[in-house]
Design a protein around this ligand. Sequence first.
Ligand code: SME
Length: 153
Amino acid sequence: MEEHKKEKRYSRVYDQLAVLVKKSHNQQARMATVVAVLHHKMDHFFWTGFYMIDQGEMTVNVYQGPVACQILEKNKGVCWAAYNRKETLVVEDVHQFPGHIACDSRSNSEIVVPFKNREGEILGVLDIDSKEKAAFSAVDAGWLEKILQLIIL
Ligand code: SME
């Protein structure tokens, strides 16, 4: 998607989500709402969901898209890299990323955004895959980080 169009789309999605998430004080309900809206409004999203740390394991949570790995091998792949580095990772070509975990071979690019609580502790990550190469940019990173703030209670 063209960057200017993407900006406008995210801006509308953000305003919509800001209203929707307030209807619940349940974190998982908010996560599910964010995933559903993003997945259906952003054309370049092929898999959209959360992996959350559960007893030390990176475990799949609410998502939309093809069936995904339930548990990601520790310290391997993009989700663990973003978690360990405590920063958003934009991967233009997942096939070039050392240790990338291919839950679906149709994915070509990926963005992973750490999901932090109020204290700044990372609870998990928001992971989005695209069939297109280099589908994600700093525009996605900025908006997705902002959208995750809406979920925090
Ligand atoms: N590709 C991810 C694994 C999760 S799937 O993309 C849904 C990774 O390398 O961590």
